[in-house]
Design a protein around this ligand. Structure first.
Ligand code: FAD
Ligand code: SF4
Length: 466
């Protein structure tokens, strides 16, 4: 990776200003910037960038359209492979995907593929030139039925691919809104919900029948789906179960899981209280435990909700932080403090059961563990206390066990991930899975890649002799 890969060239709002509200931070590049950046692309004959993209967007082709000024054609090219380009252009870790393998990155700055993706998708949306008409208009009324469970990036992608192949797709979502983490996790200031709404609407326009408030495993079982004539089922139920620290005092009032906190703030619009009746109690001194994207989002939301001091507490060093580098930089600019090589050991409350202090233990780095990152090793006797009145635990999520519990034929790993074969098929023939339900907490684009691969495999499975 070059030093330049994480350089932010996109205009964004000043930190002092943006922490006062939930409006989007990054503003998008200008037409001139987009064309100039697109012209830097050397149109490789064997483009590594395409292989670096899990949904295999024809990256040189869409960039060439931007270079020629054909922005609408660029957006169309993107949508051939990716139904969620405005979302991916905002939240994909391109620095670890397509941009990481861009040939220009070997000696200088790779093409900012993510910025260009966002530019083309935003152009289409704001100029309203996009072709939003259904692409599967000729689907016969007796098209075979396919069921997709969960409307996060994995389910949305699987559903759109199946609809494009001519299937009658039902997309079942347990919540009252589609989008999964895109709607309930990632905050408005990183991913405006109007963009999620419009990209989901586009997928519906392909012929996908979205059914909200259906909890598969309770409202309807997998077997009932087959009994109702669905030929194959995709499970994309995500990893919505929070991990906890398992330290004394974690159940005190004022300790949130990041999931609960972000759902209240984003999905239930707590940041618009009292317009939306979702009060979110936030103290003055907030500690967020963890250093992934979830932790950065929770910290930055806390600041915007009025906390005076927000501190990220992380047991490794900055180098090991899993969050996107640009989001770590933005968090720092906004005034978030970082206490590294520290792990909480106990939470203390006042006489009313509200958090007032947290004990931490200092760490040093030892040998690498199974994740390849150096293991944090406690420094004996280094305990000390910090004053806090709110703690948000963001140390990871695991798959929700509801579906495997409801149908024990589904085999899972010990940690809860659904076990699939190399085609994405689970231990039930015809039931496929992908995204965070299989991988554990991962990324939007890896979930989309799984959804796409599963759609190809489901099509092949349905058409194979049984
Ligand atoms: P999800 O997005 O979790 O969607 C699963 C859907 O299934 C949900 O809508 C859920 O309600 C529904 N569901 C669950 N059970 C059932 C059921 N029984 N019946 C019906 N529906 C059900 N990734 C990035 O690439 N970049 C980022 O910047 C980034 N930031 C993140 C910030 C936060 C706060 C979080 C939590 C995650 C972030 N991620 C990020 C990770 C990324 O969002 C996930 O990896 C991705 O959303 C996984 O997609 P999915 O479709 O597998 O699951
Ligand atoms: Fe363009 Fe880089 Fe892809 Fe080559 S690898 S086609 S230079 S974006």
């Amino acid at each position: 990776m070059t030093d330049d890969i994480n350089k932010r060239i996109m205009p964004e709002r000043e930190a002092d200003n943006r922490i006062k509200d939930f409006e989007e931070v990054a503003l998008g590049i200008s037409t001139e910037q987009a064309v100039a950046e697109a012209k830097r692309c050397i149109q490789c004959k064997k483009p590594f960038c395409v292989k670096g993209c899990p949904v295999e967007i024809d990256i040189p082709a869409f960039i060439l359209e931007i270079a020629k000024g054909n922005f609408d054609a660029a957006a169309k090219k993107l949508k051939e492979k990716n139904a969620l380009p405005a979302i991916c252009g905002r939240v994909c870790p391109q620095e670890d995907q397509c941009e990481k393998v861009c040939i220009l990155g070997k000696k200088g700055t790779p093409i900012r593929i993510g910025y260009l993706e966002r530019f083309a998708a935003d152009w289409e949306r704001t100029q309203k030139t996009g072709d939003q008409r259904p692409e599967t208009r000729d689907r016969p009324p007796d098209a075979p039925k396919m069921a997709v469970v969960g409307s996060g990036p994995a389910g949305l992608t699987c559903a759109s691919e199946l609809a494009r192949k001519g299937y009658a797709v039902s997309l079942f979502e347990s919540l009252h809104l589609p989008g999964g983490v895109l709607s309930y996790g990632i905050p408005e200031f990183r991913l405006p919900k109007e963009i999620v709404r419009l990209e989901v609407e586009y997928i519906q326009s392909l012929g996908v029948d979205l059914q909200l408030d259906v909890l598969v495993g309770k409202t309807i079982t997998i077997q009932q789906l087959f009994d109702e004539g669905y030929k194959s089922v995709f499970l994309g139920a995500g990893a919505g179960l929070p991990r906890f620290m398992r330290v004394p005092g974690e159940n005190l009032k004022g300790v949130y899981s990041a999931n609960e906190f972000l759902v209240r703030v984003n999905l239930m619009k707590g940041y618009k209280f009292p317009e939306y009746m979702t009060p979110v109690k936030i103290g003055k001194k907030v500690a967020v435990i963890g250093a992934g994207n979830v932790a950065m989002d929770a910290a930055r939301c806390s600041l915007r909700l009025g906390a005076d001091e927000v501190t990220i507490v992380y047991r490794r060093t900055e180098k090991e932080m899993p969050a996107r580098i640009e989001e770590i930089e933005r968090a720092k600019e906004e005034g978030i403090k970082f206490v590294l090589l520290n792990a909480p050991t106990e939470v203390f409350g006042d006489e009313n059961g509200w958090v007032k202090e947290m004990e931490c233990l200092k760490m040093e780095l030892g040998e690498p563990d199974s994740s390849g990152r150096r293991r944090p090793v406690p420094i004996e006797g280094s305990e000390y206390k910090i004053q806090v009145d709110t703690i948000i635990v963001a140390i990871g999520q695991t798959p929700n066990p509801l579906i495997p519990h409801a149908d024990p034929r589904i085999k899972t790993e010990k940690w809860g991930g659904v076990i699939v074969d190399d085609k994405g098929m689970s231990s039930i023939p015809g039931v496929f899975s992908g995204g965070d339900l299989v991988r554990g907490a991962a990324t939007v684009i890896s979930a989309m890649g799984d959804g796409k691969q599963a759609a190809i495999a489901m099509d092949a499975w349905v058409n194979s002799p049984k």
